[in-house]
Design a binder for this molecule. Structure first.
Ligand code: FE2
Length: 282
């Protein structure tokens, strides 16, 4: 699937952009499926705001218990001080996560394609496991910023193995919050690790171990504009970022995080599957 040049580029930059990887019509099918799921949503109850700038979601069971669920998370700006939604649910959702690829047949078939499996083999996976899936909405107007981070911080294996498979479901442009990445930044080790305080009791919440206080050099970030159907691979230690969506167009994306089956997935990572719900490959 990937040429030698593309693999060299991935090694050099820590990311690679593959336009037209999935047909636009397939993206539209997935989007229509998500629209249908949202119609059935009940926004009341214990739903959680997802924010990378406010760590309070870390202690939330809705978030920490989502490894084997299909759950929705709301935008920061879509919930008022009393916890009520300030806009209709389809415009308030931040993302769906984190096991659609195993629980929802439409997501399953979108995620487990021969092409994605081949790319995983090309970038070196021997026994790839699909750890988590997210459908990200990046809503017009309120779609919040995602701070500069690397995915290894959140999905730690030893040795490091996570790679992000990011698929544009809608066009991602400079106006609606396209991703940005730091070319070559994956050669730095992760600056922090987000983990459970206590691997045996997630009600104790999460904490972040900081190894390096110096922030990433965000001056070097380059935009990764992507038309619908584009696949972007992100190395696990690659710093990446996306701005808030200040436009009037959404920027839907679907991500899969894949780890090496032989690597040690740490027991105090925030995302923990129950023993009866093992990880599967492509
Ligand atoms: Fe990320």
């Amino acid at each position: 699937m990937l040429s030698t040049e593309q693999l060299q580029q991935f090694e050099q930059d820590g990311f690679i952009v593959l336009p037209d990887f999935v047909e636009r019509a397939r993206c539209e099918e997935l989007q229509a499926h998500v629209d249908a799921l949202l119609v059935g949503l009940d926004g009341s109850g214990e739903a959680c705001v997802f924010s990378t700038t406010d760590p309070s979601h870390g202690a939330n069971e809705w978030f920490l218990g989502s490894a084997d669920k299909v759950r929705w998370f709301f935008e920061d700006g879509a919930v008022d001080e009393d916890g009520n939604l300030t806009r209709a649910i389809p415009e308030a959702v931040n993302k769906l996560g984190h096991a659609m690829h195993d629980l929802d047949p439409v997501f399953d078939s979108f995620s487990r394609t021969p092409e994605l499996a081949e790319v995983a083999g090309d970038v070196g996976f021997v026994d790839p496991k699909l750890l988590q899936s997210m459908y990200i909405f990046k809503q017009p107007g309120i779609g919040g910023e995602v701070i500069c981070h690397c995915d290894h911080t959140f999905l730690w294996t030893e040795p490091q193995s996570v790679i992000g498979f990011w698929l544009a479901i809608e066009d991602a442009t400079l106006n609606n919050g396209a991703m940005w990445a730091l070319p070559g930044g994956h050669r730095q080790s992760a600056k922090s690790r987000f983990r459970l305080v206590d691997a045996d009791d997630r009600s104790k919440g999460t904490t972040t171990d900081v190894f390096d206080e110096v922030p990433y050099d965000t001056d070097g970030l380059v935009p990764l504009e992507a038309e619908a159907g584009t696949l972007i691979l992100l190395h696990g230690t690659l710093p990446h970022y996306s701005a808030a969506n200040a436009s009037n167009k959404s920027r839907h994306a679907y991500t899969l995080h894949v780890i090496e089956g032989t690597a040690n997935y740490l027991s105090d990572n925030w995302l923990q599957r129950p023993p009866d719900f093992p990880l599967r490959g492509f």
